[in-house]
Design a protein around this ligand. Structure first.
Ligand SMILES: Cc1cc2nc3c(=O)[nH]c(=O)nc-3n(C[C@H](O)[C@H](O)[C@H](O)COP(=O)(O)O)c2cc1C
Length: 354
């Protein structure tokens, strides 16, 4: 295989999103450039959300999808096998490449444009063609489906449920600590780590940006919560969800590691298609991961209040999105219009074998 093409494929692979941009992967290329091995790095994400590596496996699904799209576009046939070694949960996929005729794919350029946009969106009309394109984008993944809601009254009802995660982040010390550990405050940190989230991607207004450095101190957040800080954070998410053109939910059959990888592939396809259609997107995955933990009775040491928040969302989201109770909610999201250029997160491009 051509070294240059395989390098381009790997550059596309690492553009995948991951929880707080932890990039929990190790990508190895074989000597003849014919096989890519994808490994999970469990220590990269020890957050409460990453129960049984669900969040990391979703990210791996996005890496795999990027590889498949880039390979087809650049003239390779790619075949993948998930968890090829039954004794090793960290060996997520082996992908075999062989030469083929290039098939132009509009999703390819979207791989490099896609980003998380946490700013407020403008509500614009979503045409039936766009809705259809988004629904069709996951058609090649049998076990995945996407539900879309663009009616104002339903969006308002959903906003009430989707807001709870952001509030919980500011009410639980461990979740708060993980988030703030992944925030990059200046250029030097961004360049040195090439992971995490620059402060500019958090969707903060000028005033919020001034106050935010104080929020990294738990004692400050705890005190400010007495005066309603966490509730205000939740309300900001509620407002963002209300003022959006579209809310969506990607769901998948099953809830094992294969299901989460396939859910991640579906996430990436919907996100790339949303980008092609000219919409900005923010995933709301923290909440779906908490719902998954609740369903397995693993919301350990959650307060009664937080358990109730998650339980309520677990009951109403499937109903409002029209998803069967048996399916696993993988990723909620909001999409809408924005015009601004966005700050970008970085990636580590340290491929083994190239
Ligand atoms: C499994 C997973 C969970 C995520 N959860 C959230 C979330 O709950 N809220 C959010 O704003 N972004 C979330 N993100 C987006 C990541 O923070 C984002 O992809 C990462 O920082 C890289 O930035 P980029 O998407 O702009 O490339 C999630 C991404 C993944 C893959």
């Amino acid at each position: 295989m051509n070294k240059e093409i395989t390098k381009n494929i790997l550059e596309a692979a690492v553009m995948a999103p991951s929880g707080d941009n932890v990039q929990p992967w190790d990508i190895r290329m074989s000597e003849n450039f014919r096989q890519i091995d994808l490994y999970n790095l469990p220590d990269k994400d020890n957050s409460y959300y990453n129960y049984q590596q669900a969040a990391s496996y979703i990210a791996h699904g996005a890496v795999i999808e990027n590889i498949l799209i880039a390979a087809g576009h650049l003239g390779c046939h790619a075949e993948y096998q998930l968890f090829p070694d039954a004794t090793d949960d960290t060996y997520v996929a082996s992908i075999t490449l062989s030469p083929a005729e290039a098939q132009a794919d509009p999703l390819y350029s979207a791989i490099f444009e896609r980003c998380t946009d946490r700013f407020q969106y403008k509500r614009t009309e979503v045409t039936n063609e766009v809705l259809e394109a988004l629904s069709n984008s996951v058609k090649n993944i049998d076990t995945a489906s996407v539900s879309l809601v663009n009616q104002k009254d339903k969006i308002n009802q959903l906003a009430n449920e989707l807001m709870v995660n952001d509030r919980i982040v500011f009410e639980r010390k461990d979740i708060h600590a993980f988030l703030f550990d992944k925030i990059r405050w200046n250029k030097k940190q961004i360049e040195e780590t090439k992971d995490g989230m620059p402060i500019g991607v958090l969707g903060l207004s000028f005033i919020e940006k001034m106050a935010f450095p104080l929020f990294r101190f738990w004692w400050y957040v705890k005190t400010a919560n007495v005066f309603g800080l966490s509730k205000i954070i939740g309300l900001k998410c509620w407002w963002s969800c209300r003022n959006t053109s579209l809310l969506g939910m990607i769901s998948i059959q099953g809830n094992d590691k294969v299901a989460f990888v396939q859910g991640g592939r579906a996430m990436q396809r919907v996100w790339l298609e949303t980008t092609v259609q000219g919409f900005a997107m923010q995933p709301i995955i923290g909440l779906t991961l908490l719902i998954n933990r609740l369903k397995q009775d693993k919301l350990d040491d959650f307060s009664e209040k937080h358990r109730q928040f998650v339980s309520r969302a677990a009951e109403s989201l499937p109903e409002l999105f029209g998803v069967s109770e048996q399916e696993t909610l993988t990723m909620g999201f909001r999409a809408g219009s924005v015009k601004k250029e966005r700050v970008r997160t970085q990636r580590r491009n340290d491929f083994k074998g190239l």
